[in-house]
Design a protein around this ligand. Sequence first.
Ligand code: SF4
Ligand code: SF4
Ligand code: SF4
Length: 335
Amino acid sequence: MSDHNGQVSATPITERVQQLTQLLAPFKKEKPLPEQPKMGFFTDTSLCIGCKACEIACKQWNQLPATTPEWTGTSYDNTQSLGATTWRHVQFIEQIERRIPHVNASDEKVLKLPLFEMDTPVPQMGMDLSALPELAGTPTGTALPFFSTDRWLMRSDVCKHCANAPCQEACPTGAIIHTEFDTVYVQQDICNGCGYCVVACPFDVIARDSEGDGQAHKCTLCYDRLKDGMKPACAKACPTDSIQFGEVEQLKRDAQERLGFLQERGLTDARLYGADDKILEGGLNSFFLLLDEPETYNLPSNPARPSNHVLPTSLGVIVTAAVMGLIGTFFFKQE
Ligand code: SF4
Ligand code: SF4
Ligand code: SF4
């Protein structure tokens, strides 16, 4: 279009550019967010006292409905498991009648267990442990587990934010992503509730909210708090620092140091789970210090990545189809 002086007006061109931009907007790829250090959790189960403050803090921050406590008859743990509306769960593993290997169960002699009195200094790394007082214990099986040779293990369970996350690999809509903090996040507006991620997760973490929106839910590693530079709610609430939050590489160094300290004190069964790359061929950004075998905590020693089965299975299907085709051709020819 030209004005009365014969000059071309810019307005229609600008409008057309705007229209074209609007038309192409849905196809425009957003710029990725600037990469951040990998963030995660080091959960030191040797420090957990089972108070469940983390579980409650998670529910409160994320406005998740309360889980009705239930007496199972097998454990004092009355919230039982992770679920679509329980993104942290503190396991109680009551090892009643467990004996210290060198103690005979019928031996009535009083055990000498190192206990700490109120005025005893808190044990520190590098401290001379032989200087700590000994207090008479009770014969096995005669008192609460804490005070006899039985023991309660406690572990605050959560999504492992796997480096190679099977849930993400299984998701057909791309709803599950790794964020700029390398945490695993479900985009609720894209999840269609198919549940593929639920069966792919080897840790029984992610779950569909069948009584609510039907979508899959799990720990977000408090993405909203991380964006504002805040600690996740569960780690903030933990009174013993059993849940430590921070940069994954630093947490791994801290975990190695803590493991050495515990092993030096005689906890030879203590071990790290998910701190190296062995679990799921990449490790876990939320890893644990355990006091017993992983299976004791309901953790698989060697969890499988379902995607590893895709190639062999596909090859098997192709070979079977080819053989069936050849057999079919052979019989048709004969007829
Ligand atoms: S623990 Fe399960 S839900 Fe969490 S990232 Fe790994 S596979 Fe996904
Ligand atoms: S990081 Fe946040 S969402 Fe995940 S368990 Fe802790 S409080 Fe819940
Ligand atoms: S992890 Fe911390 S907050 Fe959670 S139960 Fe254990 S001690 Fe309590």
